[in-house]
Write a protein that binds this ligand. Sequence first.
Ligand code: NAP
Length: 252
Amino acid sequence: MTIKIALVTGGSRGLGKDMALSLAKKGIDVILTYNTNKVEAEKVVSQIERSGRKAVALKLDVSDIKSFDKFISELLISLQTNWNTNKFDFLVNNAGIGVTLPIPQVTEEAFDNLMNIHFKGVYFFTQKSLPNMNDNGGVVFISSGTTRFCVQGYSVYSSLKGAVEVFTKYVAKEFGQRGIRANVVAPGAIETDFNNAAIRNNPQMKSFVASQTALGRVGKADDIGSVVAFLCTEEAKWINGQRIEVSGGVTL
Ligand SMILES: NC(=O)c1ccc[n+]([C@@H]2O[C@H](COP(=O)([O-])OP(=O)(O)OC[C@H]3O[C@@H](n4cnc5c(N)ncnc54)[C@H](OP(=O)(O)O)[C@@H]3O)[C@@H](O)[C@H]2O)c1
């Protein structure tokens, strides 16, 4: 059986870390990227290696679009050195940040930063990755429950995630002829470092979100990774161009 390789952006912490570990559990090798947390990223690599799969961590700032060509060159060297190939199979566009900014407080600078990380970076990173991916692979985009319901202060973030959801369908449409599938996973509120650990550090918000969730709690990182990993398997071969919300049934 040919080994499959997945690239997960922002795999050093939070949801991306769980995605990387879950992919490895499915027998998929992983290239994970970090922005600032090399030490944490290397710990994820070691954990995957201990489980018997191959993993590598590379540095990537998804907001620095001009750096993508250099990143792809490094990626190709890593693929050649570690896997003796020049292609990977699955791209998981996960890296991101959270900021609470009510509309009157949004500056052009804050808007541009969120835009570069959550949409422009995702768009061009995907564009530059696709020629280096095998046919019959896939792209998983990470959106948010907040494209379906509104959370105060998330206007820019959620609008950009909405753009990602539309882009997903275009990737599915334009790359279907290569057998490449594109889907969106939209998590509800998950207890990670996201947005200054807003859920973890704010008991009031945590119990409010839990009260609005059919399953009666907020999400944990390991509620999400397994769904992303599933989308990168043959079992999901007919799922394409879809948004899958993974939120325990919030605001139903
Ligand atoms: N947590 C939630 O409630 C929630 C809900 C819905 C959707 N999401 C989405 O899920 C994704 C992951 O969120 P999370 O909760 O796992 O956040 P997190 O715990 O804060 O982790 C963020 C990850 O993204 C990386 N990252 C941040 N800025 C980056 C940049 N400019 N370039 C490259 N990598 C960057 C970080 O790398 P370093 O550690 O190296 O800095 C880290 O690996 C995001 O797209 C977020 O919008 C989260």
